[in-house]
Ligand binder design. Structure first.
Ligand code: GGG
Length: 360
């Protein structure tokens, strides 16, 4: 018998529904491993970081937190944000500390239209829709560059600046990532999104790098679209999209719009990748901690379970990733849905149905 391939996963459920959906995703991974005839297994270390940890320690994670998770094969993350901690402290203290510290510069966010889910988009009834938002995840508007002047000025009060940082290297690597991804898809097209008419420095650099990089991919169609026009296009001409590459903030907003069009934010999966594999990559649902429904057992686990599938693909288990994806589709098609997508099933019901459908 061949030796079992073991994967070390750092699980960080963090806040609110993050705890419920990560538990659901881990159940699915356990079920897959149990049925693998010893081919692979997951050794999961859970870290208690998040807003409750902050209430006890004054920190979102340990000072040496990144060191503690660094040797893992991947990080499985839930969601961050709770009312006891200002949002910018919780985001920068945990999620962004990991994304930026581990140079997870590519954030891949597929927008998938699943069978059995009613989209608010009329075209979703009869047009095949599926695109991927590739988010620049290391700089741009999230560079954390700026300051506040507490002295204030007569009549003006306090002053704050927040600068976006665009580097040629940062733009080029995310664009090449998007083009390489487009080459693996049936529609070979990359749409680049900026607001370069108004933001004439960083985003004009982005446009110029896009033009230069495109020349190396003559087989891939391209377009450059302003973010306001792209928001309209998500609604009006989504069939024309395949890979959409955008800066940190623009892609964050667009991917929420895409998930809402696909039926719910609860469905959307995401991968924060360090493509060079110098650091662990991190997999998490796009949604946040959803305090309004947290702890009730009703949140949608599909985004987190889809993120576990992206993690398996990254770990070199593409067939198992496809099994999870097919099980998600079968479960939705059978109408086993949580209430955000019009159903009455609980988080556990949907998770159990996905596990049952893994066998097919
Ligand atoms: N699971 C995703 C998550 O926790 N997101 C929290 C959030 O507020 N994210 C903002 C961002 O990533 O820009």
């Amino acid at each position: 018998m061949t030796e079992t391939q073991r994967f070390r996963i750092a699980s960080i459920p963090a806040d609110g529904v993050g705890k419920e959906v990560v538990a659901a995703g881990l159940r699915v991974l356990d079920a897959l491993a149990a049925n693998s005839d010893g081919a692979f297994a997951f050794d999961v270390d859970e870290f208690p970081w998040g807003s409750e940890y902050y209430a006890k320690t004054g920190k979102m994670m340990d000072d040496d937190g990144p060191e503690q998770v660094r040797d893992h094969d991947a990080i499985y993350f839930g969601a961050v944000g709770w009312e006891n901690v200002p949002d910018h402290i919780s985001l920068w203290g945990l999620r962004l500390r990991l994304c930026q510290g581990f140079d997870q510069w590519a954030n891949v966010r597929p927008v998938q239209f699943l069978p059995g889910i009613t989209s608010p988009l009329r075209k979703a009834d009869d047009t095949e829709l599926d695109w991927v938002v590739v988010r620049e995840n290391s700089e741009g508007e999230y560079a954390g560059f700026g300051g506040r002047n507490f002295a204030g000025r007569e009549g003006l009060g306090e002053i704050a600046t927040q600068s976006a940082v665009f580097t040629e290297v940062g733009c080029e690597r995310i664009m090449r990532f998007a083009f390489d991804l487009a080459r693996t898809r049936s529609r070979k097209k990359v749409s680049s999104v900026t607001k370069s008419n108004a933001q004439q420095y960083g985003m004009v650099l982005w446009d110029e790098v896009f033009t230069r990089v495109s020349a190396d991919y003559p087989d891939v169609e391209t377009e450059s679209v302003l973010v306001d026009a792209m928001s309209a296009k998500f609604v009006l001409r989504p069939e024309d999209l395949s890979v959409v590459v955008a800066s940190n903030l623009n892609a964050d907003i667009l991917s929420d719009l895409g998930s809402a069009l696909a039926g719910s934010l609860g469905l959307a999966a995401s991968a924060n990748l360090n493509p060079e594999r110098r650091f662990p990559s991190m997999f998490e649902p796009v949604h946040g901690s959803a305090p309004d429904i947290a702890g009730q057992g009703v949140c949608n686990p599909v985004g987190a379970i889809g993120s576990a599938a992206l993690m398996l693909e990254h770990l070199g288990l593409p067939d198992e990733a496809k099994r999870i994806q097919r099980a998600i589709e079968a479960t939705c098609a059978a109408g086993i849905l949580t209430r955000d997508v019009g159903g009455t099933a609980s988080t556990d019901d949907v998770t159990t149905a996905i596990i049952d459908n893994l066998a097919d």
